[in-house]
Design a protein around this ligand. Structure first.
Ligand SMILES: NC(=O)c1ccc[n+]([C@@H]2O[C@H](COP(=O)([O-])OP(=O)(O)OC[C@H]3O[C@@H](n4cnc5c(N)ncnc54)[C@H](OP(=O)(O)O)[C@@H]3O)[C@@H](O)[C@H]2O)c1
Length: 297
């Protein structure tokens, strides 16, 4: 069996390749940048244009599992792409899905998000759910993975932790159970065959936003870090200002506010702990922009 991983240079894609190789499953990494792809450690790496149906089909063999963590970045940096989620996630994943159907793939696996169906009025969630709709309608067996916050998202806020002050829009007491990217990958590989499924999944520990911020500050070396409650109007004003440079960031920061206002807790499917992840991140000594731009700590 082979697994063809799209978005292979991202946090979840890298984890899928690592775990699949450890289980003796053949891996093909798809991405847009040959140099970054070379670093993910797949058996085979193919730089492709995801809008080109012919080159996508050439990467998939009948019977392959196609896994997609392909999507515009969730980073709040305006320098990680301007294009909105609807303009990246939907067309690129649909092209990949069409190629998987045409090449008679055995299964399509896709990373959406917990509560995505309930939050469809927001662009970030709706773009993912449009892909889910297409996957379900495709006739291929599927696995939809629906994680809460992925650990890698919080590391993107490392720069604030370095300053010792972690800003929080919305409600600092709202709770969630974020999940390690490797736990998402493990769940994907455990559902590589069998009935189609949609799996909501979170990590083993529930934290408030404030606790997540303080944990990150401590990992960055502050014994007494602090959190700063951002008024929603201030958060949205900054979102609109950054949105001038990147409309994608406006979509992201609007969504970040929404999920910072209610408890989003999913069934426990992860084992790994956030404090260990941050400690490992700290050992890598990221700079002030650490993690903001590319995955791969
Ligand atoms: N952040 C969260 O907490 C969260 C929660 C639930 C679900 N999700 C979703 O889960 C999925 C996987 O997350 P992740 O952390 O693995 O994301 P990630 O680290 O940002 O990786 C995204 C992948 O998509 C690729 N990509 C982005 N834009 C592209 C384009 N225009 N053309 C070709 N490739 C492109 C990236 O390639 P490059 O390396 O070349 O940029 C990267 O390989 C995403 O759809 C994300 O939205 C995220």
């Amino acid at each position: 069996m082979r697994i063809v991983v799209a978005g292979a240079t991202g946090s979840v894609g890298r984890a899928v390749i690592r775990l699949a190789r450890a289980r003796g499953i053949g891996t093909v990494a798809l991405g847009r940048d040959a140099a970054r792809l070379a670093g993910v450690g797949a058996d085979e790496a193919r730089a492709v244009d995801f809008r080109d149906a012919t080159s996508l089909q050439a990467c998939i063999n009948p019977g392959d599992v196609v896994f997609s963590a392909l999507g515009a970045s969730a980073s709040p940096s305006p320098f990680m792409g301007r294009r909105r989620y609807h303009d990246v996630d939907v067309p690129l994943n649909r092209a990949l899905l069409d190629a998987a159907v045409a090449r008679k793939a055995a299964r399509f696996q896709y990373v959406s998000l917990a509560f995505g169906r309930e939050l469809r009025q927001h662009a970030f969630a709706d773009a993912h759910e449009q892909v889910v709709d297409a996957v379900v309608a495709s006739g291929l067996p599927y696995t939809i993975l629906r994680p809460t916050g992925i650990f890698s998202t919080f590391r993107r806020l490392w720069g604030f932790a370095r300053l010792g002050v972690f800003p929080i829009p919305g409600n600092p007491e709202c709770r969630s159970n974020p999940i390690h990217e490797e736990d998402i990958a493990r769940n994907a590989l455990e559902h590589i065959e069998g009935d189609s499924a949609q799996l909501e999944m979170g990590g083993p520990e529930v934290f408030t936003r404030r606790e997540i911020g303080l944990l990150l500050c401590r990992a960055a070396g502050w014994k007494h870090g602090a959190t700063l409650r951002l008024p929603n109007w201030f958060h949205l004003m900054n979102a609109h200002l950054l949105g001038i440079i990147s409309p994608r960031v406006l979509d992201m920061l609007r969504f970040y506010l929404v999920i910072s206002e209610f408890d989003n807790i999913a069934p426990v499917a992860g084992q790994r702990r956030l404090a260990d992840y941050y400690a490992q991140a700290a050992n890598n000594k990221p700079g002030i922009l650490g993690g903001l731009h590319r995955s791969g700590w």
